[in-house]
Design a protein around this ligand. Structure first.
Ligand SMILES: C[S@@+](CC[C@H](N)C(=O)[O-])C[C@H]1O[C@@H](n2cnc3c(N)ncnc32)[C@H](O)[C@@H]1O
Length: 262
């Protein structure tokens, strides 16, 4: 059996130690094809029909970073890591979701939803008239979110299998997008962020939470795993067309940024 790269494993221990239902929606506020999207979730090839954008030639900025998630033990291992109480995101998840500014009836996406830790909190905030698209590339995580939504009786979560270079979401379908510790896992950020930009309606918001990596204070494992500091992330997201709005001073180990989609 191939072992996970040392960096990924160390991330789990070092960073995460201090660190994936289509309950399909019969929801009038959801896009007309919300249930189609639930079907897309089980048919990855079909999601391409929402991708009219021409390809951007771009090498992976972090080859293999998501490989450990796809291993046979990926769900088991990463559920323990991502949902560990030693992780700031877990301890502060209510505050994090409160600060997003979700409102009843909103159609939003949890991009890189992982095991759905924050997805369910978001679903409670947007209520029965709203929809949360839980987007991830790892089928086992998506199944976990499905199970979680079923258990919690949340019928407003639509699971979507995204792609490495595109969300698979319908253009202009979102009121808000949220990414938590996902940006540094996006291998093709230029293409992906342009796709996310297209999925958002004009005048809406992208909320991005990601790991701090202060040089000289972060462990070598974190510096290796989290490829870029906040300043670079802001620049890259602005290059995708977003406008930086504000930083929310909420977390110690992660930064919390708000961008506008003009
Ligand atoms: C560190 S986990 C964070 C999970 C979750 N947001 C949380 O905070 O618990 C990063 C997630 O990003 C997902 N991911 C990586 N590339 C992606 C892509 N192109 N589209 C959607 N999700 C992606 C991974 O599968 C993984 O679930």
């Amino acid at each position: 059996m191939r072992l996970p790269p040392v960096s990924s494993w160390l991330l789990c221990v070092a960073a995460f130690a201090s660190l994936g239902c289509a309950a399909g929606s019969a929801n009038p506020a959801a896009p007309d094809d919300a249930n189609d999207l639930a079907v897309v979730a089980s048919d990855p090839a079909a999601s391409a029909r929402f991708e009219p954008l021409p390809a951007i030639e771009e090498p992976s900025v972090k080859p293999g970073i998501n490989d450990p998630y796809f291993r046979d033990d990926g769900l088991y291992r990463y559920t323990r890591i991502l949902e560990s109480k030693t992780r700031e995101i877990v301890r502060r998840r209510s505050d994090i979701v409160d600060a997003i500014g979700l409102e009843d009836g909103m159609v939003v996406a949890d991009i890189g939803a992982g095991t759905g830790l924050l997805t369910t909190e978001m679903a409670k905030r947007v209520g029965e008239r709203g929809t949360v698209f839980a987007v991830d590339i790892v089928p086992a995580f998506l199944e976990r979110i499905r199970e979680r939504a079923r258990t919690e009786g949340l019928l407003n979560i639509v699971v979507m299998r995204g792609q490495e270079r595109a969300t698979g979401l319908k253009p202009g379908s979102l009121d808000l997008a949220f990414m938590c510790d996902t940006y540094h896992h996006i291998e093709y950020p230029k293409a992906y962020m342009r796709s996310l930009f297209e999925a958002l309606r004009p005048g809406t918001t992208l909320v991005l939470v990601d790991m701090k990596r202060p040089e000289g204070r972060s462990s070598p494992a974190v510096l290796e795993h989290v490829r870029a500091p906040k300043s670079t992330v802001v620049t890259e997201i602005e290059q995708a067309g977003f406008v930086f709005d504000s930083e929310v001073d909420l977390l110690r180990e992660n930064y919390y940024l708000r961008f506008r989609r003009p």
